[in-house]
Structure formats: structure tokens, C-alpha cells
Design a protein around this ligand. Structure first.
Ligand code: FA5
Length: 328
């Protein structure tokens, strides 16, 4: 019986099974206990010997069970610890970081440049009324310049702004000069799309109004912006042009070195000029002068980063987005 008992104890798989063996051998009706009960029928001398034998057997089985119990408990504890353990050597989960769109990065950079020049950065509505987008900017309904900016009208006669210039009017209606502001934002035009024309694009508008603001200040501001964007020694040029809301008006360009071809050339950026007296009249300003300029942000980004087609900005092509993640 001892061999069998020890064998069963040794191979017992877990604590409940071991407890069953304790009951089987040492319990009230266990095999060893039953043997003790049989002693009564023996002679005293034989009973003593048999009693000693059975007690020895009991002790051996009991010790074996206790030892096995300790072993099983230790195993269980180790298993539990293993389950709860944290393997700090595992590689972390990879999350691909998002990034700002190239246009957002360029707008942020431009905003920083102008803030450093003392300008406030403002935003305005993309859905405009005719007054702010055209009439107050000295462009009444009959004006041929309206055709240059054919746009999207809503059925109630409002317009998706064709440029950021309406914010000149909105800002002057609610603020007193002197001030210096820039307004980056989306604009919309009913365009035939091609590599350099989108129906939705971005502009940045600047407006400076005060008592003695001059054309020299305009040239100085454009120069300062160009130097901040392209570095020391950058040259700028104004060429006479026409916009109904400025007089005189000009187109401005930056002399720069193309980052890919290495060639130096004039980069036409946008329009500018001294605020037209009719615009001041429309907002009730007197005895002030001011300048304004506005340019296409895609245009600037395209030449800066060698982007050949404006449509890349709006196709959400991951290859394009990733190429320009965190460039600025
Ligand atoms: C204007 O929109 C004037 N509001 C600029 C201005 C502001 C003049 C203040 C005077 C004083 P223009 O229509 O030329 O001007 O557009 C300005 C710039 O926007 C262009 O030089 C070009 O860079 C960009 N642009 C115009 N149309 C598109 C288009 N369809 N897609 C992408 N960029 C465009």
C-alpha cells in the first residue's frame, strides 16, 4: 500500500487531488485508518507491533503529502507571479504620429513672422456678403474687376469670399486706427482648374492703417517679410498694377534663389497698394492713410518646396502628406 500511496502522491496534479488522497489514506474512513481499526482483534504483542507499523506508515504518507503540498503551493505561487509579471523588455506599441498639413505649417510660420513684426493675426468668415467682398472694396456691381474673381454665390445672394481683402473692411468697421493686422484664410473662386489654379486656395492679407502710413512703409513691410522668410539680403520689387481697392496699386515679387534649380529669379507673390480713399469712406475713416497687401499661400509653398501642381495640396495623398510632415 505504501508504494502505491507514495506513487499517487508524487503524481498528484494539484492541491484538490492531493486533498482527496489525504482523505483516501488518512481520513476517518481512509485505508490507513481502517487498518488501525482492525488492530483490536490482534493479540497484545502483535497489536503493538502492527500498531507501530501502521503509525509509521501513517507518518510517512502524511509527510509525503505535506511535502507534495508545499511543492504544489510553490508551483501555484510561481505560476501566479509569472502571470502577473510585467515584461519591460517588450517593444512598445507603435503609433504613427500625425502631423500638420504643409499649408498649416506655412500659415503658422507666416503668422509667427508677422507677430514678430508687431502685427495681430485675425481670422474672418469664408461666407461673405456682397458689400464686404466687393462694394466696400470699391468694386460695385458694374465694375469689370468683378469678372476677374467670378465666384460661388448662395441662393440668398451671399458669396464665398474671393479673397481675404473683405477682412480689411470688417476689421476697420469694428476697430479704430492705428493698427497692423494680417489675416490668413481660405478663399474661393469659380476657376478652370489647372496646375496653378484651384477653386479653393489660401491667401494672407495684411492691413496697416495710421496717421502717416506711406508707400515706403509698404515696401519696408514687404522687405521685412521677405527677409524673415528667405533670409538676409533678400530683395523685393513692386510693379505697377491695378486693384480697385488700392491707389496706387502694385504687384510685388521677391528675388530669390530657387531651392531646386539654384537659379535666381523674381517670384511674383501677390498684390499690394495704398488703401483707396473710397474704402476708408465706406468704413467712415478720416485723416488716415494705410497700405494693404495680399498673396497666395499655395503659390509661396509651391515654389519653396518644389511642388509642381497645386492640386497636390488637396488630394490627401499620404505620400505627399508624409513628405512634408514637420518640415517647418
Ligand atoms: C487679390 O486677391 C487681392 N485681394 C490682393 C490684394 C490685396 C491687392 C491687398 C491689393 C491689396 P489676386 O486676384 O491677384 O489679388 O490674387 C492674389 C494671389 O492669389 C495671386 O497672386 C495668386 O498667388 C493667388 N491666386 C489667385 N487665384 C488663384 C487660384 N485660382 N489658385 C491659387 N492661387 C490663386
Amino acid at each position: 500500500m505504501l508504494d502505491q500511496a507514495l506513487d499517487e502522491i508524487k503524481t498528484s496534479p494539484n492541491l484538490p487531488a492531493l486533498q482527496d488522497l489525504r482523505v483516501k489514506y488518512l481520513g476517518k474512513k481512509g485505508l490507513v485508518t481502517e487498518q488501525l481499526k482492525g488492530l483490536g482483534s490482534l493479540e497484545p504483542e502483535a497489536r503493538k507491533l502492527a500498531g507501530q507499523e501502521i503509525n509509521k506508515l501513517k507518518t510517512v504518507i502524511n509527510d509525503a503529502i505535506d511535502a507534495k503540498k508545499a511543492e504544489l503551493e510553490l508551483n501555484a505561487l510561481n505560476e501566479k507571479l509569472e502571470k502577473e509579471s510585467l515584461d519591460v523588455t517588450l517593444p512598445g506599441r507603435h503609433y504613427s504620429p500625425g502631423g500638420l498639413h504643409l499649408l498649416t505649417q506655412v500659415i503658422n510660420k507666416l503668422s509667427d513672422v508677422f507677430r514678430s513684426m508687431g502685427y495681430d493675426v485675425e481670422v474672418g468668415p469664408e461666407l461673405e456678403d456682397e458689400w464686404h467682398n466687393f462694394d466696400a472694396l470699391n468694386t460695385p456691381g458694374w465694375h469689370p474687376a468683378r469678372d476677374l474673381q467670378d465666384t460661388f454665390w448662395t441662393t440668398d445672394g451671399r458669396v464665398m469670399r474671393t479673397h481675404t481683402s473683405p477682412m480689411q473692411v470688417r476689421y476697420m468697421e469694428t476697430h479704430k486706427p492705428p493698427f497692423k493686422i494680417v489675416v490668413p484664410g481660405k478663399v474661393y473662386r469659380n476657376e478652370a482648374l489647372d496646375a496653378t489654379h484651384e477653386a479653393q486656395f489660401h491667401q494672407l492679407e495684411a492691413l496697416v492703417v495710421g496717421e502717416r502710413v506711406t508707400l515706403a512703409d509698404l515696401k519696408g513691410a514687404i522687405n521685412q517679410m521677405a527677409i524673415a522668410l528667405m533670409g538676409k539680403g533678400t530683395k523685393t520689387r513692386l510693379q505697377p498694377s491695378y486693384f480697385p481697392f488700392v491707389e496706387p496699386g502694385a504687384e510685388f515679387a521677391i528675388w530669390w534663389t530657387h531651392p531646386r534649380t539654384g537659379k535666381e529669379e523674381w517670384l511674383e507673390l501677390g498684390g499690394c497698394g495704398m488703401v483707396h480713399p473710397n474704402v476708408f469712406k465706406a468704413v467712415g475713416y478720416e485723416n488716415v492713410t494705410g497700405f494693404a497687401f495680399g498673396f497666395g499661400i499655395e503659390r509661396l509653398a509651391m515654389v519653396s518646396y518644389g511642388i509642381p501642381d497645386i492640386r497636390y495640396f488637396y488630394q490627401s495623398d499620404m505620400r505627399v502628406l508624409e513628405q512634408f510632415r514637420g518640415v517647418l
